[in-house]
Design a binder for this molecule. Sequence first.
Ligand SMILES: Nc1ncnc2c1ncn2[C@@H]1O[C@H](COP(=O)(O)OP(=O)(O)OP(=O)(O)O)[C@@H](O)[C@H]1O
Ligand SMILES: [Mg+2]
Length: 268
Amino acid sequence: MAETAAPHSQHRDSSSTTSAALIELEGLTKRYGALVAVDNVSMRIAEGEVRAVIGPNGAGKTTLFHLITGVVPPTSGRVQFAGEDITGLPTHVTCQRGLSRTFQLTSLFPEMSARENARLAAQARHSRRWQPFGGAQMFAEAQRAGDVALEQLSLTHVAGRPAGLLSHGDQRLLEVAMAMAQSPKVMLLDEPTQGLSVEETAKAVETLAHFLDTSRITVMLVEHDMEVVFRLAHKITVLHRGAVIADGTPVDVKASARVQEAYLGGIE
Ligand SMILES: Nc1ncnc2c1ncn2[C@@H]1O[C@H](COP(=O)(O)OP(=O)(O)OP(=O)(O)O)[C@@H](O)[C@H]1O
Ligand SMILES: [Mg+2]
């Protein structure tokens, strides 16, 4: 594995295990018939932490995000967020509580401008409370939240362009901006560099690293690219066939024989 730049975590004090967990999963399990997609997963994520969740295809990473954000209910186990039990609450409620996510496959409105996409994302968080498009003030607030998020992801210069015409890297960053426009407490990013070339990935990762450093937002990140993981994550949880097989700092996880085996196919 190639050496990577020092993770930006070195500049942040978020490694404390004494701080209260913002997200706490207890024995989270999801079965689809005989298949255990997520198998008795427990983890604690501290406020300000960037946690990568890695593992081979089909390991259960996206399903884990689905369970946390309420896309699907767990078969058993609990999700605690900011000290409250949110297990099985639907997505619009988890979003209102402060969990925002991006999806593995793109979810932009390609013909709308980047700015409109960000504003609509901001409105979506409050759609049950706000009248859609109701009130100039609410519209302006959503616009402002969207514009701030675009600025945070270094997208202001392309804000007026149709989202579908942005570079692939900027499209992925726009999805992060859309999650951020919802003023979340936690962001769950599912493979933010998927589909990008090596050059696009490098550029997007530098923007993300800067954004994470300045925003200090708590993040769960699913990512296949280990360079990206080591650049961005403070801690890493490794899933294999739904279960946690390793958990720790990037250095610990890199050194884990079990992780090497899982990635090299030894456990198959
Ligand atoms: N709705 C569903 N019904 C049945 N099986 C499912 C469903 N969703 C996911 N699975 C299965 O659960 C397992 C975990 O899938 P999941 O999408 O969470 O993996 P992943 O780690 O995100 O994989 P990838 O790296 O390919 O994105 C897989 O075997 C998948 O086929
Ligand atoms: Mg997935």
